[in-house]
Design a protein around this ligand. Structure first.
Ligand code: DX5
Ligand code: ZN
Length: 235
């Protein structure tokens, strides 16, 4: 299954977040995730306005695209992403995620992402209700539920987001859509099970994977826990 070409359709996807890699050796961080059996790499783009932090830009996506063949999932934490969509897709983004809280024509941006050849995703901050994205569910391949307040890696998983994930999974099922639910923030071996049991099937993990003694073993262990919990949720 190729995460870049096809909606995961319930398959478990594990994405190390490059934000937690050593910025002195970012290409090694990309290779590390690839060698560990990750399904793709998550790249966090922060504009110092939508969130207080600054992180990386399109050149880092270009570097990752040259360094690996696994899919690149690019998370735009930007107030006004519209004028940057093309640059990030040309740089090699396979999945491009914007925030529902961003400014601009959200549906138009999602359609532009698809027209430019990438998979569109919509992201919600922890305090944004599920209903906020209902009207764009048919326009996306992926919904990303933030399980921390965006801006920094290494924060604790916010459990109160779990009912929202359940609600979104149920809505997606009722509508008969093929939309992945991604979770991002504080995902580790202890929290991944609850997120999967609530209906998430795509998992971003920065600190827990880049700090792991053996990333390959951690990816495999996360995948096993998530698969078990996701399957029991479906029954
Ligand atoms: C936070 C970012 C996350 C971050 C996750 O704003 O969107 O992708 O890298 O890091 P961990 O897994 O350390 O919470
Ligand atoms: Zn992210």
């Amino acid at each position: 299954m190729d995460y870049a070409q096809h909606t995961a359709n319930g398959e478990i996807i594990i994405l190390p977040s490059l934000l937690a890699a050593d910025f002195g050796y970012l290409a090694d961080g990309v290779r590390h995730a690839d060698n560990a059996g990750a399904d793709g790499i998550h790249l966090d783009i922060m504009d110092a306005h939508f969130v207080p932090n600054l992180s990386m830009g399109p050149d880092v996506v270009t570097m990752a695209n040259k360094t690996t063949d696994i899919p690149l999932s690019v998370h735009l934490m930007m107030s006004k992403p519209a004028t940057y969509l093309e640059r990030f897709i040309k740089a090699g983004s396979d999945i491009l995620l914007i925030h529902i809280e961003s400014e601009g024509d959200i549906r138009g941006m999602l359609q532009t992402i698809r027209q430019l050849g990438a998979r569109p995703g919509i992201t919600l901050n922890p305090d944004t209700p599920a209903e906020a994205v209902y009207e764009v569910l048919a326009d996306v391949d992926e919904v990303l539920c933030m399980t921390v307040h965006p801006g920094y890696g290494g924060q604790s998983f916010i459990e109160s987001v779990l009912p929202k994930i359940r609600k979104l999974r149920s809505r997606i099922k009722t509508l008969g859509l093929d939309v992945d639910i991604n979770v991002d923030g504080g995902i580790d071996l202890k929290t991944i099970g609850a997120a999967a049991a609530a209906g998430a099937n795509v998992f971003v993990a920065g600190t827990s994977l880049y700090r792991a003694a053996n990333m390959q073993e951690s990816v495999a262990a996360m995948r096993a826990i998530a698969a078990q919990q996701y399957d029991s949720m479906k029954d």
